[in-house]
Design a protein around this ligand. Structure first.
Ligand code: IPM
Ligand code: MG
Length: 357
């Protein structure tokens, strides 16, 4: 496998290192050959070559089987509305140029971590759902206008864009608990009404899936009131962005949520969290979202055992209390980012023989 590694900014390089080490260790156990090739993205790419997603990085991604992405973003740009180029544009350019229209964000809870969620344990226990977020359309990419006294973003969706993302949602629901919730704002937005119309048409082709429709404001409430209600939810780009940050609260830490982005070209695997610039270089960032992205990567290519081994290592580390401070007692821990990574790799190598079956 050829893997393009894009560490990006902030804590990105630290968690990227752990992700790559874990991948290498699993590859050794199973005798897989993986070729890692590094590329620039985000603020670091702007500084080096003036472009947050340079052509060279794009070509590297195109020529790879998968991209292991970490995070981009730098406060230097956030507080300057006049900045001409921004690190986030690199992420958006990557999504658009690789045609990554489907972003899969699984939300699950971990037994020993229920008390980390700000929600009551009895509410989050056994919550397990997936958000399918449309990733290359809507307001993010629609026509924009910006002047000093007027600005707008256009929320455009075509039938084709809606159909292909709904298909991902329906098919994923078929492989899970067969329940799909289409999240929209059809009581107000024209674009949402087209989503709902198309979904109602397609519903007939998936009779085994129970499909329901929910307004996004209601979904935001339901998610923290009764997260177990959801199995698969599918929604447009902006709603999905907002709802998945909210969903991360159910798991107890944003540092636990991986994602995959798939579409027309090379798939990308990345944590849902950002670059947490304040923690850069402190060795405190939780690498598990990145590591679980590695599990998703393996599984995407049918390497089920490899993915399972990664998940087993993550679960074992949590059980053993080997966690970064965000999950430690009173926000403290003896383990830093790299120490957690080292523990995971040792676990993976040590159960090499027994875990392969
Ligand atoms: C995400 C992020 C990005 C988004 C930002 C960094 C542009 O929040 O992946 O959810 O808004 O899509
Ligand atoms: Mg987001």
């Amino acid at each position: 496998m050829k893997i393009a590694v894009l560490p990006g900014d902030g804590i990105g390089p630290e968690i990227s290192k752990v992700g790559v080490e874990v991948m290498k260790t699993v590859a050794d156990v199973f005798g897989l050959k993986i070729d890692f090739r590094y590329g620039l993205a985000g603020a670091s790419a702007i500084e080096a070559v003036g472009d947050p997603f340079p052509e060279e990085t794009y070509l590297l991604c195109k020529d790879s089987d998968a991209v292991l992405f970490s995070a981009v973003g730098d406060p230097k740009f956030d507080n300057d509305p006049a900045a001409r180029v921004r690190p986030e544009q690199g992420l958006l350019a990557m999504r658009k140029k690789l045609g990554l229209f489907a972003n899969i964000r699984p939300i699950q809870t971990f037994p020993g971590l229920l008390d980390k969620s700000p929600l009551k344990e009895e509410i989050v226990r056994d919550a397990d759902f997936v958000c399918v977020r449309e990733l290359t359309g809507g307001m993010y990419f629609g026509e924009k206008f910006e002047s000093d006294d007027k600005a707008y973003d256009t929320n455009v969706y075509t039938r084709k864009e809606i159909e292909r993302i709904l298909k991902v949602g329906f098919q994923l629901a078929q492989r899970r608990r067969k329940h799909l919730t289409v999240v929209d704002k059809a009581n107000v937005l024209a674009s949402s009404r087209l989503w709902r119309k198309v979904a109602q048409e397609m519903e007939k082709d998936y009779p085994d899936v129970q499909t329901d429709y929910m307004f996004v404001d209601n979904a935001a409430m339901r998610m923290i009131q009764d997260p177990r209600f959801f199995d698969v939810m599918v929604t447009e780009n902006t709603f999905g962005d907002i709802l998945t940050d909210e969903a991360s609260v159910v798991s107890g830490s944003m540092g636990l949520l991986p994602s995959s982005s798939i579409g027309e070209s090379t798939p990308v695997f990345e944590p849902i969290h950002g670059s947490w610039p304040q923690a850069k270089g402190l060795d405190i960032a939780n690498p598990l979202a990145q590591v679980l992205s590695v599990a998703m990567l393996f599984e995407h290519f049918g390497h089920v055992k490899e993915g399972e081994l990664v998940r087993k290592a993550v679960a074992a580390s949590l059980e053993a209390g080997v966690t970064t401070p965000d999950l430690g007692k009173d926000g403290k821990s003896d383990y830093g980012t790299q120490a957690v990574g080292k523990w995971l790799c040792e676990f993976i190598s040590s159960c090499a023989a027994s875990c392969k079956e």
